[in-house]
Ligand binder design. Sequence first.
Ligand SMILES: CC(C)(COP(=O)(O)OP(=O)(O)OC[C@H]1O[C@@H](n2cnc3c(N)ncnc32)[C@H](O)[C@@H]1OP(=O)(O)O)[C@@H](O)C(=O)NCCC(=O)NCCS
Length: 176
Amino acid sequence: MLEGKKVNLRVLGRDDYPLLMEWLNQPEIFGRYNPLHQVNMDDVGKIFTSPHELRSFIVENKEGAKVGFIDYFYVLHPASKQLEVGYSFIPSERGKGYGTEALEVMVDFVFLTQDTVRIQAQTDPRNLASQKVLQKAGFIKEGVLRKTFFIRGEWTDSWIYSVLREEWKGPRVLTA
Ligand SMILES: CC(C)(COP(=O)(O)OP(=O)(O)OC[C@H]1O[C@@H](n2cnc3c(N)ncnc32)[C@H](O)[C@@H]1OP(=O)(O)O)[C@@H](O)C(=O)NCCC(=O)NCCS
């Protein structure tokens, strides 16, 4: 368990698959700027045992309620050492600082445990809330990836953000 001040991050296990299936099948969990999913339990198992060493965490608030999830994975292959993060929170729990702190905890955890010098994230140019969270967690916009995702019937660009180990300057939330 990774403990923050507002949230805890708990490694996702098989017991979480039914909840994940419920969340993945609700378009509002991912918001307007992410692809839609419709999955069964087998799909959930495959998604969360992906070859890119996807490591997913359920985010819980301090009352123990499950409020979202956050993950990291290797962009190409584990040998590439290029890590990307993704996250989603249930609509009723947004705007409480959970997204920002979960990302800060994740950045701390990755830099404390993984031999990587950069963590990246992609977001839709219209996703202002996600951009705010990234900036607050120390990420810097690098540029535009053109036509990366097929969302609601159209190819959309994504903005790529990153934080480098040298910019991180040590844990913000976790203690080493
Ligand atoms: C993006 C998301 C993860 C943010 O999580 P969150 O827990 O609400 O984030 P926080 O509460 O830590 O902070 C949100 C910040 O965005 C701001 N914000 C929210 N909606 C906004 C909007 N439409 N325009 C501008 N800023 C916005 C909030 O004011 C807050 O900033 P503040 O603390 O300075 O006031 C959440 O909205 C979400 O799950 N969205 C759907 C899935 C998604 O888009 N995931 C990211 C894919 S890249």
